[in-house]
Design a protein around this ligand. Structure first.
Ligand SMILES: [Fe+2]
Length: 179
């Protein structure tokens, strides 16, 4: 096989691909959970959550493909079995019961936040330990997407609006309704 000569050693590329495979496994696990909740959700917010989760699993599907193809770009092979997703991922699977809609949202916020923390750490490792700025940049983009997904989900379960300084809006600050 022709040697890959892109300024990264075999060890550097292998180290980066291990991180990418961990992120790929987690992306698949959160995809499965997002899709199941898209099917199972009931309640007054059914339509909004059903649609949001469809959008999110479509974005996750695109990202999974990009993660796997980046592993191939760096000369290694992506994980691709359910058992490997569980082995290399950090997301816990949803058990057999069907949670309430708010519990589904809460679980997914936790999962996306876990993925964001992992990605933040992997960005640092790619750039500092493996000198792979390309993958660091790629994973930064994914992290930003998960931050947005977590924000959208979090917004469903935050009951009270806050001011930009974190204070609760007082009656005087709420715009007066004009007749
Ligand atoms: Fe659907």
């Amino acid at each position: 096989m022709r040697k890959i000569n892109i300024g990264l050693s075999d060890e550097q590329r292998a180290g980066v691909c291990e991180l990418l495979n961990r992120d790929l496994a987690d992306a698949y696990l959160v995809l499965i959970k997002t899709k199941k909740f898209h099917w199972d959700v009931v309640g007054p917010q059914f339509r909004s959550l059903h649609q949001l989760w469809e959008e999110q699993y479509q974005a996750l599907t695109t990202n999974i493909d990009a993660l796997a193809e980046r592993v191939r770009t760096l000369g290694n092979y992506p994980v691709g079995t359910a058992s490997d997703f569980i082995k290399y991922g950090s997301i816990k699977e949803q058990s057999d019961n069907i949670p309430l809609a708010t519990e589904m949202v809460s679980q997914l916020v936790d999962d996306h936040e876990q993925i964001i923390r992992n990605l933040r750490d992997h960005v640092d490792q790619c750039s500092e330990e493996f000198s792979d700025q390309g993958t660091a940049d790629f994973l930064t983009g994914l992290m930003e997407q998960h931050e947005e997904m977590a924000w959208m989900l979090r917004s469903f379960i935050e009951g009270e609006s806050l001011m930009s300084d974190g204070a609760k809006p007082s009656a005087e600050k709420i715009p007066v309704k004009m007749n």
